[in-house]
Design a protein around this ligand. Structure first.
Ligand code: ADP
Ligand code: MG
Length: 246
């Protein structure tokens, strides 16, 4: 492949809401095929960084490069870059009036211009991949939270993204459905997908992440291999955060 090894690069990314500093200068690289987990207390800027990544939010200053290309400060100009990043949110946000299959077919048909037949074939394969073939004609209201989130992942994958961004994908789920979503994400990681995952699931981060990034107060306070972060944290802030979880 001629694509660069670094898929996303953040250079001194800052974001302010009025006087409030949500991101205070973030520098980070996400390499192709890596799973990067972002952890840290609520309000530390993790979601803001994800939203700056795909242009849902505009940075106050700094640069984000995607495949070596800088994101524009004008969000409308990032449409093509955004198409290459799949995003999965805490609350699924499926279209309620469309079936599971219909939700997955929509992007390929309306954005990529695939025929209905091609979109259906792609959607069926993805439903199988997330273990929901038998739920193809269910509406979201007739799916569990975990099933809805698996449809949301399939819907993002239907756009054939280069990177998948997850913002607390299991935080809104009943405990018994969390595992099925994490398993789908683990398989995606095993397939080589580049992933940035904001999560409070430390077992997942430990087992699946290649790189763990600890946020506090809009800054990265520590980053490294999961075994380093979890077994030998170097900063008080990381130790404080991890000890308050248990
Ligand atoms: P995290 O995802 O780590 O919990 P966020 O990135 O959502 O944190 O938020 C970081 C900080 O920025 C929080 O204190 C939050 O209240 C603030 N913030 C986020 N979005 C806005 C906004 N649109 N306006 C004002 N403050 C915001
Ligand atoms: Mg958040």
């Amino acid at each position: 492949s001629t694509l660069p090894d670094v898929v996303i690069e953040y250079r001194d990314v800052r974001k302010q809401y009025g006087e409030f500093v949500a991101l205070a200068g973030v520098n980070l690289e996400v390499r192709r095929g890596q799973v990067v987990c972002l952890i840290g207390p609520s309000g530390s800027g993790k979601s803001t960084l994800l939203r700056c990544t795909n242009g849902l939010e505009t940075m106050s200053s700094g640069e984000v490069y995607f495949d070596g290309m800088p994101l524009s400060k004008d969000p409308r100009k990032n449409r093509l870059i955004r198409q290459r990043m799949g995003m999965v949110f805490q609350n699924f946000e499926l279209f309620p009036h469309k079936t599971a299959l219909g939700n997955i077919m929509m992007g390929p048909m309306t954005v990529l211009g695939l025929s209905e037949e091609k979109a259906r074939t792609r959607a069926e394969a993805l439903l199988a991949k997330v273990g929901l073939s038998e739920k193809a004609s269910n509406y979201p209201a007739n799916l569990s939270g975990g099933q809805q989130q698996r449809v949301a992942i399939a819907r993002a994958l239907a756009m054939e993204p280069e990177v998948m961004l997850f913002d607390e994908p299991t935080s809104a789920l009943d405990p018994e459905t969390i595992g099925e979503v994490l398993n789908v994400m683990k398989r995606l990681a095993d397939d080589g997908m580049t992933m940035v995952v904001v999560t409070h699931e430390m077992t997942f981060a430990r087992r699946v992440a290649d790189h763990v990034v600890v946020f506090a107060n809009g800054q990265i306070v520590e980053q490294g291999r999961p075994e380093q972060i979890f077994d030998a944290p170097q900063t008080t802030r990381t130790r404080d955060f991890l000890s308050h979880l248990g």
